[in-house]
Every structure is written in C-alpha cells, then in structure tokens.
Design a protein. Structure first.
Length: 116
C-alpha cells in the first residue's frame, strides 16, 4: 500500500498561482509515473499532468504553458505549480501514483477554487 497526501489547495483569484504538493509514504523513484488529476462538479476526472520515472512530463492542452509538474525523489514528493489560474481550473485535484499495469494509488484530494 502507498499513501499519498496532497496539500496546497485553496481559494485564489484568477491570474494567481498555487503550488500543490503530494507526499508519498514510499520511495517514488521506482514508481512508473506520478500524476495530478482533477474533477470538477458534474464532470469526469481528467488527467492534468503526469511525470514518468525518467522525468518526462505530459500535460492536458488546457494546462500547457501554465502548469509545471516536477518531482523530488529525495522528499518523496511530486509538485504541481499552477500559474495564471482560471475559474475553469476550479476542481478537486488528486495525486496519483502508478506502479504498473492496473496498480494505482490515489490521494484524498485537495480543493482548488479560482474566483473571477
């Protein structure tokens, strides 16, 4: 079992920034990938950004050029730096750890609310 604990969410105004953190209970250097997902009310959960064991990052189109995912293996932490936030970024953000085929762990989520 891997526990993931997110932090850093909150209420901000449009155009401001937030940094989300996700701390894992196990070393992350061996994880296949880690990622951030979000789910807005009435919508499906979607992948926002992911980073592989080798450091390759992938973003949903709406997050490109505004969000940056990074990882610190020594701290067992993955970050999501979000800039130029928009009201449509409002959602619960979840941290995900993928350890292989069909082996996924999730955090409890952190609320991000962007006011216009």
């Amino acid at each position: 079992q891997v526990q993931l604990v997110e932090s850093g969410g909150g209420l901000v105004q449009a155009g401001e920034s937030l940094r989300l953190s996700c701390v894992a209970s196990a070393p992350i250097f061996s994880f296949n990938a880690m990622g951030w997902y979000r789910q807005a009310p009435g919508k499906q959960r979607e992948l926002v950004a992911s980073i592989t064991r080798g450091g390759s990052a992938n973003y949903v189109d709406s997050a490109k050029d505004r969000f940056t995912i990074s990882r610190d293996n020594a701290k067992r932490t993955v970050y999501l730096q979000m800039s130029s936030l928009k009201p449509e970024d409002t959602a619960v953000y979840y941290c995900n750890a993928n350890l292989g085929v069909s082996v996924d762990y999730w955090g409890q989520g952190t609320q991000v609310t962007v006011s216009s």
